[in-house]
Design a protein around this ligand. Structure first.
Ligand code: SAM
Length: 268
């Protein structure tokens, strides 16, 4: 896989959680191996829909590589790219020599050099303008017929899923106060993909262990006044998709994360 060197720059979208500080506790607080197994399983099911052999995979925003390492197969090379040195340091322990520091807006990969780009639990962190660049960069580095596989609508999992879910109905009245606009919505991401010659190919879901809460737990938290925090400023994005407050445990339960694959058209 041909690569070019590039320095990560954290100044363009600084309101993303500080993953250097988060690195040491990331795996333990985001569902660990169980969540990574589920996510990798969903990715594999989407890769299976590829028309050709998937020999080169780039996992963007790979974090600690807890998912990335599960994508390794005989005859398949996998690289992970992340802009957090702290996350990348842990990732290198899992995939020595296969982790690069880099920003998703300027991927250190040559054009057309990978058969699949994966982005797990990444786009929901980013402002719309950066999501646009992320999809464009994915389109650039994908080979013809290559697949972009990304989670979409991530906050639906954290906040209890679709309107049909009991938890979502309970949370709906307060969600709008804390939830930022969702630049990773399915329709937006597929629209951006279309501009890059990427056509929606398939969808899958996985249980986002460590995400979401049961209706009972939401009721308890709301009754305890946990959602009476400050309104977000107009135009600003909340730092986390769910607020934390004293006594609030790390998210438990299991929201359902959705991911999609989009294929780069052969004539794009
Ligand atoms: C929620 S974590 C997900 C990690 C991994 N994909 C997983 O599912 O375990 C998001 C990761 O994206 C990385 N990230 C955020 N913005 C990025 C950017 N602009 N370029 C590259 N990585 C970025 C963060 O450093 C963090 O490691």
């Amino acid at each position: 896989m041909a690569t070019v060197r590039i320095s990560p720059d954290k100044t363009d979208h600084p309101d993303v959680l500080d993953y250097d500080r988060e690195a040491a506790r990331y795996d333990a607080t985001r569902g660990g191996d169980a969540r990574a197994d589920e996510a990798a399983g969903a990715i594999e099911s989407l890769l299976a829909s590829s028309a050709g052999r998937v020999a080169r995979v780039a996992d963007i925003g790979c974090g600690t590589a807890i998912v990335t390492v599960r994508l390794l197969r005989p005859g398949r090379s996998v690289v992970g790219i992340d802009r957090s040195a702290g996350m990348a340091a842990i990732a290198r322990g899992r995939l020595p020599g296969r982790i690069m520091l880099g920003d998703l807006t300027r991927l250190p990969l040559a054009s057309g050099s990978v058969d699949a780009v994966t982005m797990v639990w990444l786009l929901h962190l980013l402002p719309a303008a950066v999501v646009t660049k992320a999809v464009a960069e994915a389109g650039r580095v994908l080979s013809r017929g290559g697949l972009l596989i990304t989670t979409v609508g991530k906050n639906d999992a954290a906040f209890g899923g679709t309107a049909r879910d009991d938890a979502a109905a309970i949370v709906a009245p307060v969600r709008s106060r804390f939830d930022h606009e969702q630049a990773d919505r399915l329709d937006l991401v597929t629209g951006l993909g279309g501009r890059q010659g990427l056509a929606l190919a398939a969808q899958a879901t996985f249980v986002g262990r460590g995400q979401g809460r049961s209706p009972r737990r939401w009721r308890k938290l709301l009754a305890a006044g946990g959602w009476a925090g400050p309104r977000r400023r107009a135009g600003s994005r909340s730092r986390r998709c769910a607020p934390t407050w004293p006594g609030c445990p790390i998210r438990t339960g299991s929201g359902l994360s959705r991911c999609i694959s989009s294929r780069r058209c052969v004539n794009a």
